[in-house]
Each structure stands twice: as structure tokens, then as C-alpha cells.
Design a protein around this ligand. Structure first.
Ligand code: AMP
Length: 158
């Protein structure tokens, strides 16, 4: 058994990081400007089949993030008239971001603790990608399957 523990610790140390996830999915991030109407944002979310859009300020920095939940909340609070208002009125401004060196485990912990499903990747102050809960779950399952397969090999060899 100690051998298995050792090997599992090795995998944890080598746990997939954000850079590896981006290598597979690409770095494209759907963004829009703060003055875009909420209606246009909803249309973009639907057209791109995504759950959140990053709001980019004029200088290229991130001004906020808007997710489908924010739009539902805005409609519930103010009715459909909110759809003609600028997205800047409804976006979240305190954004949690990650770096390429962050691990899958760190991302999962952050998303679970803070209860959101999208984390923009920022390197040297610039937007470098976005990780969704879907990306995290997909890669976590792949890691778990790899561990299970290696454990089966170890047990059969033993
Ligand atoms: P989500 O689960 O991503 O649909 O987002 C749920 C709530 O968290 C919404 O109010 C979002 O604006 C907000 N949110 C989403 N992602 C982030 C993030 N990376 N940092 C801060 N807030 C976020």
C-alpha cells in the first residue's frame, strides 16, 4: 500500500493546471463593452451557447463579468425593461481571476467556495482565456479515470 500512496501523491503534485486546460480548449474569450444592452448580451450568450461574457473596458482590462444568472436576477427584480439598460448596470465588478499556473484542484475549490462557474485567466494584466465549470469537470473526470486505471494496473500486478 505505501507504494500506491506515493504514486497518488505524485499525481497530486502533477495535477493538471490552467495552462494545460487552455492548451486543449484554446484561449478565445467572448467579450463585450460596458455599454452593450442586456438584450444584446442575452442574444450573444444564446448564439455562442455559453453562460457568461467578460466585459472589457476600453483599455483592454476586464471591467466585469455577466452571467445568465445576473440576467435572470435583473429580470426578476425589474421586469423586461432592464433588457434595454447597459450591461454595466448588472455585471459583477469584483472579479475573481486565475493564473495559468493555478491547478485544477485550486480552481475547483474556488468555484465551489464562491459559487460561480466561470473564472477568467489573467496573465500580466491581460485576459488570457476563461475556464468554465464544464472544463473543470471534464478534466477532473479524466484525472480520476487515469488514477483508477493506474490503481487497477497496480493491483493486478501485485
Ligand atoms: P455563474 O455561476 O458563473 O453563472 O455566476 C454566478 C454569479 O457569480 C453571477 O453574479 C456572476 O456575475 C458572478 N461571477 C461569475 N464568475 C465570476 C468570477 N470569476 N468572479 C466574480 N464573480 C463571478
Amino acid at each position: 500500500m505505501p507504494a500506491v500512496v506515493y504514486r497518488l501523491r505524485g499525481w497530486e503534485a502533477n495535477s493538471m493546471n490552467v495552462a494545460a486546460i487552455l492548451k486543449g480548449k484554446g484561449r478565445a474569450v467572448v467579450t463585450t463593452r460596458p455599454d452593450t444592452s442586456l438584450q444584446a448580451v442575452a442574444e450573444k450568450l444564446a448564439a455562442k451557447k455559453i453562460g457568461a461574457i467578460v466585459i472589457a473596458a476600453g483599455d483592454g482590462r476586464i471591467a466585469g463579468i455577466i452571467s445568465e444568472r445576473d440576467i435572470i436576477r435583473a429580470i426578476a427584480a425589474g421586469g423586461p425593461n432592464c433588457l434595454s439598460r447597459p450591461v454595466s448596470e448588472f455585471m459583477t465588478r469584483q472579479i475573481v481571476t486565475c493564473r495559468e499556473s493555478d491547478t485544477l484542484d485550486q480552481l475547483m475549490a474556488t468555484m465551489t467556495a464562491l459559487r460561480f462557474r466561470h473564472v477568467p485567466v489573467v496573465e500580466d494584466g491581460a485576459l488570457a482565456g476563461i475556464i468554465s465549470i464544464g472544463d473543470v469537470v471534464k478534466h477532473h473526470i479524466a484525472e480520476v479515470e487515469m488514477e483508477a486505471s493506474a490503481l487497477r494496473t497496480y493491483l493486478c500486478a501485485g
